[in-house]
Design a protein around this ligand. Structure first.
Ligand code: CAA
Length: 240
């Protein structure tokens, strides 16, 4: 059955693959993005998926953006909180600005994305929430105190939401991607990236579609008993 789905950061990287996978599964998809107008226009032209611009770090902007999505497509039944940034630096060099930017987008942004759609999901007795965390939220990462804190926080969010939503037909789950071949990972210096790939038993970066596959599984109507869980897709880099 086709549902209305919102994917934040849904026009590039892992988010774009998720948007396409959900469309292919028969859902009506809206993809939000923060700044890259050119990439968003290209994505819409290629996929037919409508894009919406707002900053997930801004609660009022998120509320207004989601209201527009709901006016266009109907009430959001599936929400995928995917938007995220990195501001990597060893802790002794990390600035309060780098800390705050990552917390605001990656953690508060998840609150801002789910909070506006939660009451409607409760009323309608159906909802699917997926938060895109990271292997680095599970294991920590050199130069990512800020990012790892947000991605570990995502796991606390879904475990708590799962308990609150269970009786209202809402599930909340996390996906923890490992290192995937996106702009974010390609921004890591090449030598460092090579040393990371050497630590991945699969011997390669993952594909965005391999993460989208996990999300499509979790948001299906018949996935209602999978709640508060974490799917890791990291090429055997790390086991919880
Ligand atoms: N473990 C231990 N030591 C490390 C290290 C590691 N993983 N990485 C770097 N170091 C060491 C360096 O060798 C260097 O040591 P020396 O001074 O003895 O030579 C020191 O730490 C740091 O060096 P710099 O002061 O030059 O560091 P910098 O300020 O230039 O920062 C960096 C460089 C930002 C840490 C860069 O190496 C980097 O980007 N590293 C990758 C971090 C990473 O994995 N980010 C993940 C991005 S992808 C993502 O986040 C998606 C996802 O969910 C998986």
């Amino acid at each position: 059955m086709g549902r209305v789905a919102l994917v934040t950061g849904g026009s590039r990287g892992i988010g774009a693959a998720i948007s396409v996978a959900l469309k292919d599964a028969g859902h009506k998809v809206a993809a939000s993005y923060a700044g890259n107008d050119e990439a968003a226009a290209k994505f819409t032209a290629e996929t037919g998926i409508k894009t919406y611009k707002w900053d997930v770090a801004d609660y009022e902007a998120s509320k207004a953006g989601i209201a527009q999505v709901e006016a266009d497509l109907g009430p959001v039944e599936i929400v995928v909180a995917n938007a995220g940034i990195t501001k990597d630096a060893p802790f002794h060099k990390m600035t309060p600005e780098q800390w705050k930017a990552v917390i605001d987008t990656n953690l508060t942004g998840v609150f801002n994305t789910i909070h506006p759609v939660w009451p409607g999901m409760r009323e309608r007795k159906f909802g699917r929430v997926v938060v895109i965390s990271s292997v680095n939220g599970q294991k920590g990462q050199f130069a990512q105190v800020n990012y790892a804190a947000t991605k570990a926080g995502d796991l606390g969010i879904v475990k708590s939401l799962a308990q609150e939503g269970a009786r209202a037909g809402i599930t909340a789950n996390a996906v923890c991607p490992g290192y995937i071949g996106t702009d974010m990972v390609m921004a890591v210096p090449e030598k460092v990236r090579e040393s990371i790939i050497a630590q991945i038993p699969a011997g390669r970066l993952g594909e965005p579609e391999e993460i989208a596959r996990c999300v499509a599984f979790l948001v299906a109507d018949d996935a209602g008993f999978i709640n508060g869980s974490t799917i890791s897709a990291n090429g055997a880099q790390f086991f919880v």
